[in-house]
Design a protein around this ligand. Structure first.
Ligand code: NDP
Length: 255
């Protein structure tokens, strides 16, 4: 995989899939721009990147993707002068059905999981056209399948999948590729941040053994290499693809 000296922006780099993705890119010789709101946790990601590859350059940008998109692009260009890859990974989850989720929840999820992606992508695209770079969006199995009690989240990820495919078609003439990964349940902070306590989370992980064909949930180091693959020249003929990394979850169907 050739990612040597590529400049890669990863949003949501302070935790979970984003943090692991930064380390994986650093290991493969890329210069990582790590974006998130939690400064201490971003610094942890920075230390892990440096440990993974002493030569890789690392830029930490404390930013809220719903507000600070211009800052993310400006600081990256100021530091590196180019952008090769954008990984739109920052995302939030909340539970709720049409009966009990309110419009504030819907707006907040759409704001982070979709609107921010539109805004940042729009600003980064001119740089990707110059570099013939690419985008990897971090969607979810919830984009391609429908689940009860995660309405706003499922809608946001389904919309993100359509965004991935439409932008892939629009950018193909410029040799800019756009793909997504669609993970199943992966152990990170996202479920607890959405309100699950330790007990509920443990139960959910146990239950998830039966909802993933491989009989287990995933870990972040099973997602990060797939993101790096899609971002690399090894995936040079792949665009508009939604890559399920879900232990077979999206292939399952009640029977
Ligand atoms: P985590 O909660 O562990 O990490 C989420 C990251 O998103 C954090 O780094 C957080 O950073 C960042 N983030 C959230 N809101 C903002 C914001 N407004 N501005 C900047 N950064 C923000 O969850 P995951 O690693 O699991 O989630 C990463 C992606 O993976 C999400 O898009 C999620 O939907 C997707 N996904 C996760 C699955 C799972 O089971 N874990 C399954 C399928 C998809 P900070 O708090 O510092 O701002």
């Amino acid at each position: 995989m050739s990612l040597n000296n590529k400049v890669v922006i990863v949003t949501g780099a302070s935790s979970g899939i984003g943090a692991a993705t930064c380390v994986h890119f650093a290991q493969n010789g890329a210069h990582v721009v790590a974006v998130g709101r939690n400064l201490e946790k971003l610094q942890e990601t920075g230390r892990a990147c440096t440990k993974a590859n002493l030569k890789a350059k690392f830029l930490l940008i404390q930013a809220d993707v719903t507000k600070d998109t211009q800052k993310i692009v400006d600081k990256t260009i100021e530091e590196f002068g180019k952008i090769d890859v954008l990984v739109n990974n920052a995302g939030i989850l909340a539970s709720g059905t049409i009966l009990d989720s309110d419009i504030q929840q819907f707006d907040s999820i759409m704001d982070t999981n979709l609107r921010a992606v539109f805004k940042l992508t729009k600003l980064v695209i001119p740089h990707l056209i110059k570099s013939k770079g690419n985008i990897v969006n971090v969607s979810s199995v919830a984009g391609i399948r429908s689940f009860v009690n995660a309405l706003s989240y499922c809608v946001s990820k389904a919309a993100l999948d359509q965004f991935t495919k439409c932008v892939a078609l629009e950018m193909a003439p410029y040799n800019v590729r756009v793909n997504s990964v669609n993970p199943g349940v992966v152990v990170t902070e996202v479920h607890k941040r959405a309100g699950m306590d330790d007990e509920a989370y443990a139960k959910y992980l146990e239950h998830s053994k039966s909802t993933h064909a491989l009989g287990r949930v995933g870990n972040v180091n099973e997602v990060a290499p797939a993101i790096a693959f899609l971002a690399s020249d090894a995936a040079s003929f792949i665009t508009g693809a939604l890559l399920a990394i879900d232990g077979g979850k999206s292939a399952m169907c009640p029977r």
